[in-house]
Design a protein around this ligand. Structure first.
Ligand SMILES: [Zn+2]
Length: 75
């Protein structure tokens, strides 16, 4: 099974603010990309995957919160 790998290079911004990254195109791990399941309640009917909403893909939203560094004393 292959995995998609995304690397975020952390570089301090000029002024501190939160940064957001979106990584799309990940195969839904719940339905494995199908987007639906058979039942319940009826095994003959299909229901849309609640995790991906039937798209078969999910996206990751990564938020980076920048803060002043805490200086540790006595170490
Ligand atoms: Zn799904």
């Amino acid at each position: 099974m292959s995995e998609k790998q995304t690397i975020i290079n952390l570089v301090a911004p000029g002024r501190l603010h939160n940064e957001g990254f979106v990584s799309k195109g990940h195969v839904c791990g719940y339905c494995r990309g199908k987007g639906w399941f058979y039942g319940p309640p009826n095994k003959d009917e299909t229901v849309i995957c609640p995790d991906c909403g039937g798209t078969g893909e999910v996206m990751a939203v990564v938020t980076v919160e920048w803060k002043p560094a805490m200086k540790e004393e006595g170490t």
